[in-house]
Ligand binder design. Structure first.
Ligand code: ZN
Length: 435
């Protein structure tokens, strides 16, 4: 019998230890998802906006992958976030109304990560992103904040409790760009704090003195100067959040939280800014459905790449799973944003009675029984509808090829009087549907 030499034994030891050493050399993967509620893509410098609303995000975009045509399925917080965090279309997750919660058998991204051993941390503003709809599922910590300032405090408090060697999923929902609360005094439509007030149009707030966001939803805004003032007030809120993110990211980088992190920055929907007279989240139009989508990879990989293929909030979950090395879920309709994306993708959304389908550059929209089609390349403002029959709309919609076996039945919930009061304070009226 030949005994292994000490040198051979040493080699064996080295061969055995090297893979371990390699895996230890890589920090734990982290996935950070930031949803800036009500952030209209075309009001950011990185998407061509002239006003300086987003100096931090513009600089960040130069280090990230930027998706030019990001879609939300619905210009409403509840449906859109449910899609963002399940990877399912509205018909599939089934949460279409304010008195519904996610079915127990539909997994949320946080649950997938928790099962895989990740620390899971969710920081949210209590509106529609709320425990009652199921959003807390899978989070080790699901903590509410009043505003971006408090969110920042919670962020670093909670991170300090996360062991560095643990992989991490962090979700942050920020509400400061959204219209002002109904119960805040003095009344205002949007209200960024100093020093962001009066940043773009002096006297803009005076034009809406004594009015709330909800008040404006009950009238039309057609005077160009009034619309300009409205946009300026909205833009102040973007600048406010952008400045906070700049401070957070400087610290996150300094403390090495981003060394092996995927960072996705997006929004649940845009804002109409009375572009067609009505104030709201933009309904079926691009001002409501086009969202920013930035994906940052470790080491600034693929920095500054601009992707023209259409993308969608359904792509967030597959992207996060792919980056973290978790298996893809074939039941999900989206694709990883890190891989190749077909330009002829067919994507869509629903917020009853609104339905839409996009096959770039065509966008087909149906509201109730009326359908029309737009060429988003030639007519980005959607001013010239081409007629579309119900059969033609259905033929397009069928191309989404949603498998009925992936449809979940939502749970019915009852809003408590406290919930209802809170939602009313946020400017959601009697119908509670945000449409
Ligand atoms: Zn929202």
């Amino acid at each position: 019998m030949i005994r292994p030499s000490p040198l051979h034994a040493l080699r064996l030891l080295v061969v055995t230890l090297v893979p371990l050493a390699c895996s230890e050399a890589h920090p734990a993967p982290r996935v950070i998802l930031i949803s800036i509620d009500t952030l209209r893509a075309d009001h950011l410098g990185l998407y061509g906006y002239a006003r300086e609303t987003s100096p931090f995000l513009d600089a960040w975009a130069k280090r990230a992958l930027v998706f030019e045509h990001g879609f939300t399925p619905a210009a409403w917080t509840l449906i859109a976030h449910m899609t963002m965090l399940t990877g399912l279309y509205p018909e599939q997750h089934g949460v279409l109304e304010g008195d519904q919660a996610l079915a127990a058998d539909a997994p949320l991204l946080a649950e997938r990560f928790q099962r895989a051993g990740f620390a899971t941390l969710g920081l949210y503003h209590p509106s529609w992103v709320h425990t009652r709809h199921g959003f807390a599922r899978g989070f080790d910590v699901f903590r509410a904040h009043a505003d971006v300032k408090e969110a920042g405090q919670h962020l670093f408090e909670e991170l300090a409790r996360v062991p560095r060697e643990r992989p991490l999923f962090l979700f942050v929902h920020l509400y400061d760009v959204h219209g002002e609360r109904e119960d805040v005094r003095p009344k205002s439509v949007y209200s960024a704090p100093p020093p962001f007030q009066e940043l773009f149009v002096p006297g803009a707030a005076q034009r809406f003195a004594g009015e709330t966001y909800q008040d404006l939803q009950h009238r039309t805004v057609t005077d160009p100067a009034e619309r300009e003032a409205l946009a300026a007030l909205y833009d102040e809120g973007i600048r406010h959040v952008d400045a906070a993110l700049g401070e957070w990211f400087e610290r996150l980088e300094r403390e090495h939280w981003l060394d092996d992190a995927l960072v996705i920055v997006t929004s649940d929907h845009g804002e109409s800014l009375a572009q067609r007279g009505k104030v709201g989240h933009g309904g079926p139009w691009q001002e409501g459905l086009r969202v920013p989508l930035l994906v940052h990879l470790p080491g600034d990989a693929r920095a500054g790449e601009r992707v023209e293929a259409v993308t969608h909030l359904i792509d967030v979950v597959p992207t996060a799973l792919a980056f973290a090395g978790l298996p893809a879920d074939p039941a999900l309709p989206g694709r990883s944003l890190l891989g190749p994306l077909a330009r002829e993708r067919v994507l869509g959304g629903a917020n009853p009675p609104i339905d839409f389908v996009v096959r770039w550059p065509e966008k087909a929209v149906r509201v109730g029984e009326r359908a029309g089609s737009f060429d988003l390349a030639a007519d980005p403002g959607e001013l010239h509808a081409q007629p579309l029959s119900e059969a033609e709309f259905q033929a397009l919609r069928a191309q989404l090829a949603l498998d009925p076996r992936t449809f979940h039945r939502p749970l019915s919930i009852e809003l408590t009087p406290e919930d209802a009061a809170e939602l009313r304070a946020l400017g959601y009226g009697g119908e509670m549907d945000g449409k």
